[in-house]
Design a binder for this molecule. Structure first.
Ligand SMILES: [Fe+2]
Ligand SMILES: [Fe+2]
Length: 196
């Protein structure tokens, strides 16, 4: 582990990447679905987005929070103080939306002209954007500053070590870095096998 690795800073940087990716998906979807007939590539676009949610947001990022940061934080704060239950609930809600996104993209793939999945994907993406942006505000402005106050240097080193272990496992599993995943062509065709 390098001492220069600041786990909270890394998580906050990932938040910004995620928000930009969600916004860009929504904008692409808005523009593309205006076209008539809707392009056949739409199902692939939605499938890519579902993979991003399953892997980068959940399997990579949320795992670092749930398996590295939260358990260490729980030693220092009571459940009421930390609101970690709410953070975990948000993660569960995001997972449910991600599964709906995957299901709808499969429906669209099976019937490329169907208007209902196109509309539902737009609504799911809107819910994801709302939930994710509110969740990021809670983490960036409440939870992480609180963590900075209460965690000792040794605690932070432990969180960093656990986070780096999760990152390494992710790289070994997929052979890519998060964020670069969607440029890997095989990611477009692989099933959504990320554990939830
Ligand atoms: Fe986060
Ligand atoms: Fe989170």
């Amino acid at each position: 582990m390098t001492l220069s690795y600041d786990p909270l800073q890394v998580l906050m940087e990932e938040h910004q990447v995620f928000l930009a990716r969600v916004e860009s998906f929504r904008e692409t979807w808005r523009q593309t679905t205006k076209l008539s007939p809707a392009p056949l590539a739409l199902a692939g676009e939605a499938a890519q987005f579902a993979v991003f949610l399953a892997r980068d947001v959940d399997e990579f990022h949320a795992a670092k929070e749930e398996r590295a940061l939260f358990p260490v934080l729980e030693r220092r704060l009571s459940a009421e103080e930390s609101s970690l239950g709410h953070m975990r609930d948000d993660h569960e809600s995001l997972r449910a939306l991600q599964r709906s996104m995957g299901k709808m993209s499969s429906q669209l793939d099976a019937d490329p002209g169907a208007p209902e999945p196109v509309r539902r994907i737009a609504r799911i993406a809107e819910s994801i954007e709302t939930l994710l942006s509110q969740h990021v505000i809670k983490e960036d402005f409440v939870l992480f500053p609180m963590a900075q106050d209460v965690l000792s240097r040794r605690d932070v080193l432990e969180v960093a070590r656990r986070c780096q272990g999760i990152e390494q496992a992710y790289r070994e599993r997929y052979g890519v870095n998060p964020g670069l995943l969607l440029t890997a062509p095989e990611a477009l065709h692989s099933p959504l096998t990320a554990p939830l």
